[in-house]
Every structure is written in structure tokens, then in C-alpha cells.
Design a protein around this ligand. Structure first.
Ligand code: 5GP
Length: 194
């Protein structure tokens, strides 16, 4: 489902914000875009979460401690920030995004819903894309199947996912993540057309 842009909407929308429920595959999709579409600049978030096996500082995240995250927030270095799943802090560093847009690149932020709402306040010209699961059952299967979180964490993430699914109507466009390659191609062609 794609909502038409408001009449007179001619501003460039080189900044695309991708959000969606927990475990819908935002991370996999953005990794696919990073690996296959080098013309898309991908924001690297700061987080207080510990790295998972295989995650690389500066590529997947900037891993910082709580004090450094608080400093970045207070210094205005983050475009948006949120506590995700009631646990860790995540935020989008401002400088690199401004530089990418200044260089006329297509920029992609993969963030949670709270963060997307903050970006809409400060950068309403961005294009907001909701990544939806093919179905609720599929979302649950992906959430449990990932196996990187314990039971308590899974329950917490499912609760978050229910709330996040209800937010689809706040977005400009929905992409269904039925297949990562297809969804990535749809996302990038959307970016190119804006
Ligand atoms: P994970 O810990 O699994 O990598 O990510 C957990 C959640 O944090 C995902 O929903 C992801 O979209 C979100 N997230 C990652 N980076 C940011 C960010 O910079 N800001 C916000 N608000 N959420 C983020």
C-alpha cells in the first residue's frame, strides 16, 4: 500500500527512514542494501548494546557505553535516540547524515518506530517506509527462530512488535518483507524514484 504524496510535495526525499516491527528483517534488509547497492549510504547507529558475534565496530554499529551515549545526546550529536525494547540506547549520529545529504547521496536510516517519529518532527521531508512481515505468524516464527534472545527478551520484543505493527498507517509507503532481495530492490527503486 502506498499513500500518495500531499499535493505540492516536490521536496527532494533523498533521506529514507526504514522502520518496522521487531524481527521483521530490517537489519537483514539493510545489510543486503549495503552489500548490493553501494550508491545507497547507510547510517551507522550508536548503541549501548554489546556487539553480537560477527558484528564490527563502525560497520554494524558504533558500540559505546552509557556515559558516551549520554554525552552524544547532550551535545546534540544525535538526530534521534531511543531506548529500544526497554533496554539499550540507540541513536543516529547527525554529522554523517548531514554530510551524506550534502554530498547528494541517497541516505538510509534503519531505526525503530520511536526514532522514526522523532525524525519526522525534525526532517519531515524524508520518506518514511514501513517494513511489514508477510503475516503475524511469520513474524513470530522469525522472532523465535533467530534464537539470539532469551525467553524474557522474546516476550518483551513481541509486545513491542504488536504496538509497532499498529503504526503502519503513519508511514508513506509499506514494503512487505517476503523476500529480502525483492524487498531490497523495491526499496532502492523507491529511493531512486524520489
Ligand atoms: P538490534 O539490537 O537487534 O540490532 O536492533 C534492535 C532495534 O534497534 C531494531 O528495531 C533497530 O531498528 C533499532 N535501531 C537500530 N539503530 C537505531 C537507531 O539509531 N535509532 C533507533 N531509534 N533505533 C535503532
Amino acid at each position: 500500500m502506498s499513500h500518495p504524496a500531499p499535493a505540492g510535495e516536490e521536496r527532494p526525499r533523498r533521506l529514507v527512514v526504514l522502520a518496522g516491527p521487531t524481527a521483521v528483517g530490517k537489519g537483514t534488509l539493510s545489510a543486503y542494501v549495503r552489500d548490493h547497492f553501494p550508491e545507497v549510504w547507510l547510517s551507522v547507529s550508536a548503541t549501548t548494546r554489546a556487539p553480537r558475534p560477527g558484528e564490527v565496530e563502525g560497520k554494524h554499529y558504533h558500540f559505546v557505553d552509557a556515559a558516551e551515549f549520554a554525552r552524544m545526546e547532550q551535545a546534540g550529536e544525535l538526530i534521534e535516540s531511543a531506548v529500544v525494547h526497554g533496554r539499550n540506547h540507540y541513536g543516529t549520529p547527525r554529522g554523517p547524515v548531514e554530510q551524506a545529504l550534502g554530498d547528494h547521496k541517497m541516505a538510509l536510516l534503519e531505526i525503530d518506530l520511536q526514532g522514526a517519529r522523532q525524525v519526522r518532527e525534525s526532517m519531515p521531508e524524508a520518506l518514511f517506509v514501513f517494513l511489514a512481515p508477510p503475516s503475524w505468524d511469520e513474524l513470530v516464527r522469525r522472532l523465535v527462530g533467530r534464537g539470539t534472545e532469551d525467553e524474557e527478551e522474546r516476550t518483551r520484543r513481541l509486545e513491542t512488535a504488536k504496538v509497532e505493527l499498529a503504526a503502519e498507517d503513519e508511514f508513506d509507503v509499506t514494503i512487505v518483507n517476503d523476500d529480502v532481495r525483492r524487498a531490497a530492490e523495491e526499496l532502492v527503486s523507491l529511493m531512486r524514484s524520489h
